[in-house]
Write a protein that binds this ligand. Sequence first.
Ligand code: SF4
Length: 211
Amino acid sequence: MITVLTPRKLLDTMSQAVGEAGLPSPLVAGADPFFVLVGTIISLRTRDAVTEVVTRRVLEATPSLREMASIPVEELAELLHPAGFFNRKAVQLKKIAEIVLRDHGGIVPSDRQTLVSLPGVGGKTAAYVLSMAFRIPAVCVDVHVHRISNRMGIVKTKTPEESEKALMKFFPRELWIPLNHIFVRFGQRICLPRIPECSGCVFKGWCRHAD
Ligand code: SF4
């Protein structure tokens, strides 16, 4: 049973529980920031399995900003189906490609303020792009991170935005980049959304939810 758990130990333990070393997703590891940005927008309101398939399909068809900017929006929407809000995302992705080409010299911005000014890009997406594409420390709070950190009692928050602020205080800055990936894998395999597998969980006996 775990009795004392520092933030570092918690993340290490979680990473080992899912058999990973906290590396980024194969889909985006070392990828162009454009790939990360596209994949993150597709993932919004979309199941993980669908995100993976759709992102690969879209990036195969439009592997650069220029190709994304020139594809007809209806065609892009077809590629995005069945991702959530695929019609809206088609418009947003095409617009983002046009803006980045026109206003940023074809280089995806690496600062939060400019990123969130792009269509469809919120704080979560910006944090993911900063941390995964540019290796700039940022806490990306998606549904998994928000759910698990509240279940465990690390934070007590109502919104992902509140969780982001609380987690930035809880975890030291050097752990912000791998945090999202580890939490997501843990949420997909053990701390499942509906019925978490608490009986076999390494945090059983420490986690507030399992008591
Ligand atoms: S004990 Fe249950 S709720 Fe707590 S982290 Fe493990 S799976 Fe999630």
